[in-house]
Design a protein. Structure first.
Length: 120
């Protein structure tokens, strides 16, 4: 498999797009840092988030499959990772024994409203 070494310019574009989607999706409850580092596996990026501390580390891979590179791939990757972050709390709530249906419904509603704002 052929690999593309991601550049500092691509990483800067990635951070800019993360910031755009952070605002559009109203993820201001989260403290987010972006890093440019190697990831095991075929991923362009990944999110490591802690709902307990509301902090997330989003890693932009240093090497990706050449087949993953196309016009707009950096922007699409940033949006994709921010969608993962948006859903992280819902997954966390649903995995907790103490979670109530109301808490789940409130988080789901927060996600729906964020998506409505982002899309309109």
């Amino acid at each position: 498999m052929k690999y593309h070494k991601t550049t500092k310019k691509e990483f800067n574009e990635f951070k800019k797009e993360l910031s755009k989607w952070y605002s559009r999706l109203r993820l201001n409850r989260w403290e987010v840092i972006a890093v440019h580092d190697a990831i095991d596996g075929p991923y362009c990026a990944c999110v490591d988030a802690s709902p307990d501390s509301m902090s997330a580390r989003i890693t932009f891979n240093t090497h990706i499959a050449t087949s993953a590179v196309y016009d707009g791939w950096v922007s699409d990757t940033a949006r994709h990772e921010m969608f993962h972050l948006m859903l992280r709390m819902l997954g966390y709530i649903s995995s907790q024994r103490w979670a109530t249906e109301r808490e789940y419904d409130e988080e789901e509603e927060r996600i729906v409203l964020s998506l409505e704002r982002a899309i309109s």
